[in-house]
Design a protein around this ligand. Structure first.
Ligand SMILES: [Zn+2]
Length: 488
């Protein structure tokens, strides 16, 4: 694992071209090669300031523009991941990859809902900006997605998803040459192999892969809520299904009454088995890409859209953790060619809205002033506020070590303030003290002022969100079976 120190040649990124994209590609490659200290990169006369990346001989393979692989492992709760300290061996492959990657210890989604979070991932915008936080709202045409940006710049784009929340009706398919839905990782694997085989090899590519195999299964009678395939179902507990005989998954989703400690352990063992299954499949794919030399020239980003509640607050298993940290904190790692920055850990809070600006920065695109996030190749501002929003229900603001929860509408005054350093599980909100300038008042006021001024500056699309139209009866039934669209 050669290089683990910060890149020495960031000056390459300081000089931007006036157009959307600096051309030719070779200039972009040298900038990235310099950032990565990538040994096989060659010389390029278009480099800003007349600097060259290295003296080594040009290498035809390395001269290609970087490709991008972005993986979203749906419902992967951060504290059930090995490289974040989980005691079970759920992620042996990802743990190894993390040693070779830049890892973010405090990454937050924009809300614990697949639809909302993925739209932030793909647009680089917070939910109140992209507006796709209702099941009938689609993305405004004026907001470009990551796939559209890359496609317009000459990338071949492929997307593979396993959820109706990532369907074409919301705008997720925009900008893709191939956008297909699978059900389960084995089918995803076939789609990926076929598309990778048939893609034009003279173009850089962007590939988005979404896996749902950790997510709960349909909440049907006789089901076990989480249903990883054999042998992953028994990896962490023998015959967990026996413990769950008679379980009503739909009831357990909504409330924890009647769930025994043994049943809870069985559910968590199955959930963890799903993580290990996904870790295994991702490991098989990444190993193949590695052997094929694909990762010599590809940026690999792995994250999740939200965590999972696992009945942590005695309110049942549904909701994916809502606005609490078991829902909002997600794994995030970036693997660079040559394992550059391998083993570096970033403690500063970051957001899924940062991923798009990171890709733009890495490819030396012109920054987009409409985006509220920051490139993860840089240190963001120290006092930054991280937002999570379900605008009609709850907003969360995090400025380390404080986290403020504000309900929407008439309950907006019912703030809850937590000190994450002293109370990482958010069990003891600071109390409101009406006498004097209490910490609660002072901190919530200061944070509230920062939030208001920052949010007033956020870009808002001029046009309203198009109507995505009603869900088909089939889609509605399938989403209801997964626990969505209910009262909770
Ligand atoms: Zn999800």
């Amino acid at each position: 694992m050669p290089v683990s120190e910060p890149p020495a040649s960031r000056i390459q990124f300081a000089s931007r071209a006036s157009g959307t994209l600096r051309t030719p590609w070779a200039g972009l490659v040298v900038a990235f090669c310099a950032l990565l200290s990538f040994p096989a990169c060659g010389e390029d006369p278009t480099t800003p300031n007349g600097q060259t990346a290295r003296d080594s001989a040009p290498d035809e393979k390395a001269q290609k523009p970087l490709s991008i692989i972005l993986m979203s492992l749906d419902t992967m709760r951060r504290d059930h991941v090995g490289f974040y300290g989980y005691e079970r061996n759920t992620t042996p492959f990802l743990d190894e990859l993390a040693e070779r990657s830049l890892v973010f210890d405090n990454a937050y989604t924009t809300f614990s809902w697949t639809l909302v979070a993925h739209m932030s991932l793909m647009t680089g915008m917070y939910p109140s900006q992209h507006g796709v936080w209702r099941e009938d709202a689609a993305l405004p045409p004026s907001v470009p997605t990551l796939a559209e940006r890359l496609h317009e710049s000459g990338y071949y784009t492929m997307g593979f998803h396993d959820s109706r929340w990532l369907g074409e009706r919301y705008g997720f398919a925009r900008g893709y040459d191939v956008y297909s839905r699978h059900q389960g990782a084995p089918i995803a694997e076939r789609h990926i192999e076929l598309a990778m085989d048939e893609r034009p090899k003279d173009k850089p590519f962007f590939m988005f892969i979404h896996l749902m195999d950790i997510h709960n299964a349909p909440l049907k009678p006789g089901g076990t809520m989480y249903e990883p395939p054999e042998p992953f179902n028994e990896l962490f507990m023998l015959e967990p299904e026996k413990q769950l005989e008679g379980l009503d998954p739909e009831a357990a989703w909504a409330r924890s009454d009647g769930i025994t400690p043994e049943q809870h352990e069985a559910l968590v063992a199955l959930y963890d088995g799903g993580i290990r299954y996904v870790d295994t499949k991702v490991g098989e794919w990444v190993e193949q890409w590695w052997k094929a030399g694909l990762l010599d020239n590809t940026l690999l980003i792995i994250t999740s859209d939200h965590g999972e509640s696992l009945d942590q607050r005695g309110t049942g298993y549904g909701g994916h953790g809502f606005a609490f940290n078991e829902g909002l904190r997600v794994p995030l790692m970036i693997h660079f060619p040559g394992d550059t920055r391998g083993g570096e850990r970033v403690a500063q809070p970051v957001s899924l809205v940062d991923i798009l600006p990171t890709v733009l920065d890495g490819l030396d695109f012109e920054p987009d002033a409409r985006l509220p996030g920051y490139s993860l190749l840089d240190d963001g501002p120290e006092d930054r506020v991280i937002y999570a929003q379900q605008p009609d229900r709850m907003e969360a603001f995090i400025r380390w070590p404080w986290k403020l929860l504000r309900p929407a509408g008439e309950n907006a005054h019912m703030l809850r303030l937590f000190n994450l350093e002293q109370d990482p599980e958010e069990l003891e909100p600071l109390t409101r003290d009406d006498v004097g300038d209490s910490p609660f008042k002072r901190i919530s006021r200061d944070l509230g002022q920062s939030v208001t001024s920052e949010r007033n500056a956020w870009y808002q699309p001029e046009e309203p969100n198009p109507d995505a139209g009603p869900l088909s009866p089939e889609a509605e039934a399938a989403l209801k079976a997964l626990g969505y669209l209910g009262d909770g």
